[in-house]
Ligand binder design. Structure first.
Ligand SMILES: [Zn+2]
Ligand SMILES: [Zn+2]
Length: 370
């Protein structure tokens, strides 16, 4: 009897331990990632823990994996999450356990000087709004602790599926922001350099803003076909020596109103600058490494009335609500960008595929707990 009671107690303890741990993708150092059992997070004041149902892998995660963007070993990476509310900390109103929510990659506090000045991504300081998988544990896990939850949990309309909203957390918000920050107006001509996941979203953003002419620049055949599907009138080859001439000719001879750089290379930055008309705008999304220099001739030695703007992904629940509304009202459909599917348990294979760019991969859906 005593032994049976002891066994039962042990079983309870084991069960308790099992429910308090979770599977997560942990970064241990450059090129060292793997699924590990880690403690389940507990929400503190103003925080919520969500049970993740769908996440994805971002190009930035590849930079982390490669050691080019340093984060601390032991960190759970990933910054895009759809899920249901699992546990609510103190100080939250208007949310219930079980609510389906989308959380942006950028989680602003909504209170600081930068947030209140409209620069949510720069919350607390330079790039400070990017917390998940950067300064705090991220979304490639069974559960995710969301800081400043009142400002960051966007409830998902019941008619929308996880797949329809997961890309809004980062690439859509970022890609669309290039057209917004670039001030694209109805009837404008826009060139988008590179049609990877973010460039494709920039193409969609230019279309949403009412651009009359959208020129994609991309060499990969599958990405070129997607660019046309998502709104590009033409797609030009970046290797074409007459590229700039062709862009200018397509835009009526003087250049485009707005050029969007979505790759992060000196070469594409320069090509974007060369393709804009006097007074035009270069809207830059790329993440550059090393040195970026501005050639003086296309910059008209600084006298061309050019604007160069940069944007990090806009976040916060109001941004997510607006983006979901675009999907709900059938203005945007990003599901074609989710080309592959993996369970969380096989996420390292998904990293390999995403990093290799093989098999026409654009974005991978990572299913959690299904
Ligand atoms: Zn990202
Ligand atoms: Zn803030």
């Amino acid at each position: 009897m005593a032994t049976a009671a002891l066994l039962e107690k042990e079983a309870r303890v084991t069960h308790k331990t099992a429910t308090e741990s979770m599977k997560a993708l942990v970064f241990r150092g450059p090129n060292q990632i793997g699924i590990e059992k880690v403690p389940l997070p507990k929400p503190g004041y103003g925080e919520v823990v969500i049970k993740v149902t769908l996440t994805t892998i971002c190009g930035t995660d590849l930079h982390i994996l490669g050691g080019e963007y340093p984060v601390r070993p032991g960190l759970i990476i990933g910054h895009e999450a759809v899920g249901t509310i699992h546990e609510i900390g103190r100080g939250l109103t208007g949310y219930s356990v079980g609510d389906r929510v989308l959380v942006g990659a950028i989680t602003p506090c909504g209170q600081c000087e930068f947030c209140l000045d409209g620069h949510l991504a720069q919350c607390g300081g330079s790039i400070g709004g990017w917390r998940f998988g950067n300064t705090i544990n991220g979304a490639q896990a069974e559960y995710l602790l969301v800081p400043y939850a009142q400002a960051n949990l966007a409830k998902i309309p019941s008619e929308l599926r996880d797949e329809q909203v997961v890309l809004l957390a980062d690439i859509a918000s970022t890609g669309f922001s290039a057209a917004e920050s670039g001030g694209v107006k109805m009837g404008d001509s826009v060139a988008v350099f590179a049609q990877g996941p973010i460039g494709l979203c920039a193409t969609v953003g230019a279309k949403l803003r009412g651009a009359a002419l959208i020129i994609g620049v991309e060499g990969d055949e599958f990405r070129r076909s997607l660019a046309r599907k998502m709104g590009a009138n033409f797609v030009f080859d970046p290797a074409d020596p007459l590229l700039i001439e062709k862009i200018k000719r397509a835009a009526g001879g003087k250049g485009v109103d707005v050029a969007i750089e979505a790759l992060g290379l000196q070469e594409t930055f320069e090509a974007a600058l060369r393709s804009i008309k006097p007074g035009g705008t270069l809207s830059s999304l790329g993440v550059y490494s090393g040195k970026l220099s501005i050639p003086l001739e296309p910059f008209a030695a600084g006298l061309g009335d050019h604007k160069i703007v940069t944007t990090l992904c806009p976040g916060g629940k109001e941004r997510m609500r607006r983006l979901m509304e675009l999907v709900r009202q059938h203005r945007v459909d990003l599901v074609p960008l989710l080309t592959h599917n993996f369970p969380l348990e096989r996420i390292t294979e998904a990293y390999q595929l995403f990093g290799s760019r093989k098999d026409n991969v654009i974005k991978v859906a990572i299913r959690v707990g299904t």
